[in-house]
Design a protein around this ligand. Structure first.
Ligand code: GDP
Length: 306
């Protein structure tokens, strides 16, 4: 549906020479501060209708400098207004690389206990990670439109593994163990840290980490630590805000999901050179599902071509 207008766009990304995975990686990952950032006029504010809350009329605006602009994408193109090229409920600008966003086939492939053990077929992959109970399994099921695919990852013995799901036979969704079990012994937490960090640092086919953050509650220190570590280590990252349908004030500390989304971004802004891509989602209403898949497709297609 979004793809229809893509071919009409003319793209050009002046601040980045098209080179390699690493360059795109660093753009996508929003490197820690150093060097130039994409040039935007910050005077302009863009309205993203999907960010409006039903109980709060009036548009939520995103400044140009807070958009995620993929390489080879010209924000000043006049063929299609920029506001029409931003994925709903996100800060992500569509590029010419978006496409093949449908999930036709999804299959569990394997559980690995370390990075070396992961599939070696070289297909690109996206890793989902977040605090336990953030809604990771629900999101995974929503993305593949299956009710119980992610149950595989919850089976005893597999919760502490790297679980690979092959999509359409040509890319992977990877379910990583949830972090932040309050009751987990320190030893186990350290192990988890070592294991997932090794995967992030050494998995050459990892296109982007999708860090899930619960938008129905205020940010937790462990989530901030996590985002900070990913930023410091220049791991490509997309933030997925979950549970954006939850609006009961008493339950979420008086803040709406939109406010928590904004607060989180302010808290992490110093961790990155440029704003990381983010998308608001709900596994109940399926808000954000198509947008995540489209975003994954443009990251993947770029990765495959460079
Ligand atoms: P995981 O531990 O991260 O895999 O989290 P689950 O997917 O098992 O979800 C944890 C709890 O949050 C469950 O009770 C889900 O029903 C609930 N949940 C997950 N996603 C959403 C969502 O988008 N909206 C709402 N309202 N609840 C959700």
């Amino acid at each position: 549906m979004f793809i229809n207008y893509l071919p009409k766009l003319h793209f050009h990304f002046s601040s980045l020479a098209p080179k390699p995975k690493l360059l795109f990686t660093s753009t996508l990952s929003s490197k820690p501060i150093s060097g130039p950032v994409a040039h935007f006029s910050t005077a302009t504010l863009l309205q993203n209708p999907q960010l409006n809350s039903p109980d709060e009329p009036g548009p939520v605006e995103i400044s140009l400098e807070k958009l995620f602009v993929p390489p080879e994408t010209d924000v000043s193109s006049e063929t299609t207004p920029l506001s029409a090229r931003i994925l709903k409920g996100s800060n992500i600008v569509l590029s010419k690389y978006a496409g093949d966003a449908q999930v036709g086939q999804a299959e569990f492939v394997k559980s690995s206990v370390n990075t070396e053990d992961c599939p070696g077929d070289g297909l690109p992959e996206f890793a989902l990670v977040g605090r336990s109970n953030v809604g990771k399994s629900s999101l995974l099921n929503s993305l593949v439109r299956r009710k119980k695919l992610a149950l595989t990852s919850k089976k005893p013995g597999k919760t502490q593994c790297i679980n690979h799901f092959r999509i359409n036979g040509n890319w992977y969704l990877v379910d990583l163990p949830g972090y932040g079990y309050a009751s987990a012994p320190q030893e186990l937490r350290t192990d988890w840290d070592k294991f997932t960090k090794d995967y992030f640092l050494n998995r050459s086919t990892l296109v982007s980490v999708f860090l899930l953050i619960d938008a129905s509650i205020p940010a937790k220190p462990i989530d901030l630590e996590y985002a900070s570590w990913l930023g410091q280590n220049q791991i490509p990252m997309t933030i997925i805000f979950t549970k954006c349908d939850k609006r009961k004030k008493a339950k979420n500390g008086g803040k709406r999901p939109e406010e928590n989304v904004q607060d989180f971004q302010e808290l992490i802004q110093n961790f990155f050179q440029t704003t990381p891509p983010w998308i608001m989602t709900s596994s109940v209403t399926h808000q954000g599902r198509d947008e995540i898949l489209l975003h994954m497709s443009q990251l993947r297609n770029y990765w495959l071509k460079h």
